[in-house]
Design a protein around this ligand. Sequence first.
Ligand code: BV8
Ligand code: ZN
Length: 236
Amino acid sequence: MPDIPRFTEFSRIVIFTGAGMSAESGVPTYRGQGGVWKQYDYRRYACQQAFDSDPAAVMEFHDYRRKLVDQCPPNAGHQLVAELQARKAHTRIITQNIDGLHQAAGATDVVELHGSLWRLRCDGCGARREGRDIPIVPRHCACGRYWRPDIVWFGDMLDEANLESAISAMDGCDLLVSIGTSAVVYPAAQLPTLARDSGATLVEINPEETELSAMYHHCLRGPASQMLPKMLPKLL
Ligand code: BV8
Ligand code: ZN
């Protein structure tokens, strides 16, 4: 197995994360055992149709998810990624996660491709609000409409600006580290192939094989918090 690449060897690093990045914080993943979509049918609780037909049930589900995630601290993997970004200019963090744990660990300028559990928007008047209120109150915007979780649900378009900054980060990087994603949700799953096409070194950190493992130069088979330190400079 060729030597594990070290962060110090690169100058434009992209860290691309999925739910596995937060697994060691206690946040359930989506498709493993105990996965969110195994317990809850997203068609009832986490999509536009459900919100349109039963906003109260959708908001209750998001109260529950906020309560769950609120107990989960950033883990050593989040800390290391935030440290790396602080030390190395041009390090970009692109996440599919909605838990805000990269930011809680001190990371900045995080691209949240699928939105945020901690942000609400009103599709009536366009208002947005960030907050950690559990349960979510008030339920209604001043204009009278229900606040909607500012999350990209299945069938929703991704935010154009977010997608563009993710694409340009992938096109311009020399190292792409994909951490804790099963690579099945599009268009996010496609992004690492842009890094490959631009000649970057590709590293996958995941205890399991994924749909895209074959394209990676290095697959570190283990949990994020144990695999990431292997990419730090060798001790003296
Ligand atoms: C869209 C919101 C236009 C948050 C989610 C082709 C092109 C475009 C779209 C599609 C297409 N084919 C199908 C579609 C539609 C759909 C899609 O991709 N479906 C899939 C399932 C086939 N895509 C969409 O609808 C997207 N919108 O494209 O709009 C359009 C519209 C209609 C039709 C065509 C085009 C919107 C996608 C966003 C959906 N939002 N959730 C929420 O409510 O919670 S889905 C959900 O999956 C989350 O967002 C999550 O971020 C995302 C990806 O999941 P992962 O993060 O990978 O998590 P998962 O549990 O799957 O895997 C965890 C991994 O971690 C595992 O591999 C595990 O081994 C590993 N792991 C575990 N422990 C650790 C670890 N790794 C490291 N360390 C550990 N300790
Ligand atoms: Zn409003």
